[in-house]
Design a protein around this ligand. Structure first.
Ligand code: ADP
Length: 393
């Protein structure tokens, strides 16, 4: 009995200590497992956040997430770039982050209406930048407001295109109206009796013919511009000998200018360019024609070319009144004229130089003008030189 009691007395504490050790081991294993799972959860949620940030930052649209008090919870890279904000945005008030009262109104509207779509705003401090804003209020099931999500789309390019189109339509209408109203006015006067006097009738008919010619020129230039801008025209690029082409175009002008005292000189070395010969003729003719129209009567026009690196630099120089420095860039814009009346009297459409610019750019060249007011203007354009030396004409 005693030995059994002794054994029991020893076994019970031993069992107790063994059991406690096991229990501690189990507890530690369990704790380690929990810690491991927490670590995994943390890693995967950090990864998910990083993926989400990368996704939002790769968007070209700006994204701004606000909390229920309209403080910033998240803003992506595009938003930061659009609104040019610096420093930490998280926690900052909307007005402080975006400096736009309009945005506050949009957020308030979204809270009432649920969504605000396609609202346009101009970026604060950036006159020329337009954004389209979509805002959506986020609420929970009890309809308690949790925040607002705003998405910003840069529509500056579209706005600019829209404005250019509107200006173009207004300019075309204006240009067409003048000759048309002349034609209409003179026709009505003829019909009301003026045609009974052959002398007056003849003069009026000549005016009508001149204005119809203006309309025709304008429509031809407009068609050329729209054809070039559509990008649908194919240029027949070949090796072209420059000297014979320049000589031919200048000879045509000399023949047309017979009786006038303007002298055309040519200065051109043997160069072979890669160009569409027909389009080249259009470019050079427009420039020489301008030199005739705006150069000094009785003066001289020099047409020539020089090699400059991989390009031929062609120039047309006159010794007329020239151009003021601030107009040198603008003359290549559609319908820009320094002197409206002079251009119209000379039969100009205001489109010649923009056609020149388009054609030269399609060839990979550039066009510019240098001028000293009172001493004349020198228009330049470059065209690529043909790499191999053989011209096909
Ligand atoms: P336009 O049909 O009016 O001549 P262009 O596009 O050819 O249209 O030229 C635009 C404007 O540039 C002209 O109206 C004129 O004011 C100015 N310009 C063009 N060439 C010359 C030049 N050689 N000298 C002075 N001004 C010029």
């Amino acid at each position: 009995m005693l030995p059994a009691l002794i054994i029991c007395l020893i076994a019970i504490p031993a069992l107790h200590f063994w059991w406690r050790a096991r229990f501690r081991q189990e507890q530690e294993r369990h704790r380690a497992q929990l810690a491991e799972r927490d670590h995994q959860d943390l890693t995967s949620s950090t990864e998910a956040l990083a993926r989400q940030d990368a996704l939002f930052d790769s968007m070209i649209e700006g994204v701004l997430v606000l909390d229920e008090n309209n403080a910033v919870r998240f803003a992506n890279g595009a938003f930061v770039e659009m609104f040019q904000v610096s420093g930490v945005l998280r926690g900052r008030a909307l007005l402080e982050a975006a400096r736009s009262h309009e945005l506050i109104e949009i957020v308030a509207r979204a809270a009432v209406e649920g969504r605000v779509v396609d609202y346009e705003i101009q970026l604060p401090g950036q006159e020329e930048r337009w954004l389209e804003v979509c805002a959506a209020a986020v609420s929970n099931q009890e309809r308690r407001k949790l925040g607002t999500i705003l998405v910003f789309h840069d529509v500056t390019g579209l706005k600019r295109l829209e404005r250019t189109r509107q200006e173009f339509v207004a300019n075309v209408s204006h240009e067409l109206r003048t000759p048309l109203s002349h034609i209409k006015g003179y026709t009505e006067t003829l019909l009301n009796g003026a045609m009974d006097d052959p002398k007056i009738a003849n003069r009026f008919l000549q005016t009508i013919e001149r204005n119809a010619g203006r309309l025709q020129l304008l429509i031809e230039d407009l068609l050329t511009i729209s054809e070039l801008e559509s990008g649908g025209v194919s240029f027949d690029l070949r090796a072209v000998e420059l000297r014979p082409l320049i000589t031919k175009i200048c000879d045509d002008f000399r023949a047309r200018a017979a009786g006038r005292t303007v002298r055309i000189e040519t200065q051109c070395p043997d160069l072979i360019i890669r160009a569409d010969a027909g389009r080249f003729e259009q470019v050079l003719s427009n420039l020489v024609d301008n030199a005739f129209k705006y150069g000094s009567s009785g003066g001289r026009i020099v047409v020539g070319a020089v090699a400059a690196g991989d390009f031929a630099e062609v120039f047309v120089q006159d010794f007329g009144p020239g151009l003021a420095p601030e107009t040198c860039e603008r003359v290549f814009e559609r319908f820009y004229r320094v002197d409206q009346a002079r251009s119209r009297d000379a039969g100009g459409t205001g489109l010649g130089l923009s056609i020149v610019k388009h054609i030269v750019q399609v060839h990979g060249g550039r066009v510019w003008v240098e001028s000293t007011p009172g001493k004349g203007a020198k228009f330049f354009f470059t065209l690529p030189l043909q790499k191999s030396a053989t011209a096909q004409g």
